[in-house]
Design a protein around this ligand. Sequence first.
Ligand SMILES: NC(=O)c1ccc[n+]([C@@H]2O[C@H](COP(=O)([O-])OP(=O)(O)OC[C@H]3O[C@@H](n4cnc5c(N)ncnc54)[C@H](O)[C@@H]3O)[C@@H](O)[C@H]2O)c1
Length: 360
Amino acid sequence: MTVSGAFSGAFAGRRVLVTGDTGFKGAWLAFWLTRLGAEVHGLSLAPEGEPNLFSQLGLGNLIRSRRADLRSFDAVEAALRETRPEAVFHLAAQPLVRLSYDAPVETFAVNVMGTAHVAEASRRAGSVRALVSVTTDKVYRDPEAPRPRTEEDPLGGHDPYSSSKAAAEIAAASFRLSYSMPLATARAGNVIGGGDWAKDRILPDCIRAFAASAPAVVRNPASVRPWQHVLEPLSGYLCLGAALLGGKAGAAEAWNFGPSEDSVPVSAVADAAAAAWGDGASWKASGTPGPHEAAALRLDSAKARKRLGWAPVWDHRRAISESISWYKASMSSVFDARALTAAQIELYRADAAAAGAAWA
Ligand SMILES: NC(=O)c1ccc[n+]([C@@H]2O[C@H](COP(=O)([O-])OP(=O)(O)OC[C@H]3O[C@@H](n4cnc5c(N)ncnc54)[C@H](O)[C@@H]3O)[C@@H](O)[C@H]2O)c1
């Protein structure tokens, strides 16, 4: 396996813990970190459903992944004590808005107390020099304001998922301020990419329908979102982790990692996905919008551009086409998930380098 010198080699030979490594973003991040030469550990629940990216990548053979529930401080502390990571990327969460309406207490327990447990266990471990805690663009109190949200905008959140992530931000800030911890939070947009098989997300819902030659059923087609390929926020988290490891002043703060273009309606994503899939793929509106979800979300990432040298690389069209290529390939009997995922990471890095990104 080739080891890239990206991120100035900040992760080569380092022990890194990724929580949520059995999930969509965590599996991509853990895999990328192995390519960067890190010794990767994982903390999460068992992978959910079939297929799932963790199994498709054979990550269990590449990293040391342990099953532990974030709601148990003892379990989280044991993982940190035994692993003694230098960097922690905390992604494990209950991440679905609609599920949070059905399971609000679980959502708060996992997202708020889980974050407090990871922060406290990291503090006690004494080895952690970088803790990146992942939240969301939905943490802002007024997500539908016409101006894109900056890190200075007030936190809030209507549904239990959004408010639990805003509360996780407040808990993380308290650990940072109270104990001078190298702890940053990262807020990204709606992420798409190969290997997301979650229910109730636009692209996986489309793929399942297209593969079954049925029209995808899309709720809230008029909602606009800051769509990003999964590698976009992950490159931001890695920039941030590298900055913390390097002791960069001011890195231990909150950061937005949004797309460069304006947010795009769900309908445009469904149109582009159907066109990229071909074979007469189509979609229709569900007609039942379900519980409240913010209609428009926009992130201002000027701070990350200016102070971390991070910038978006792929627009939403490219994000959709790369995602559809991954999903289409995954339907083949000779699918090699590791090879394709590694190739997409390399393609993304090369495009970032061509665009002048220092990290690449
Ligand atoms: N996917 C998106 O569009 C998006 C957008 C913004 C922010 N985020 C955030 O990114 C992170 C990752 O999201 P994802 O889409 O990969 O989610 P996912 O559902 O694919 O993965 C969730 C991960 O968290 C773990 N987990 C859940 N409950 C746990 C518990 N009680 N104890 C231990 N582990 C537990 C799961 O095992 C899994 O590994 C989350 O924090 C999410 O809020 C995601």
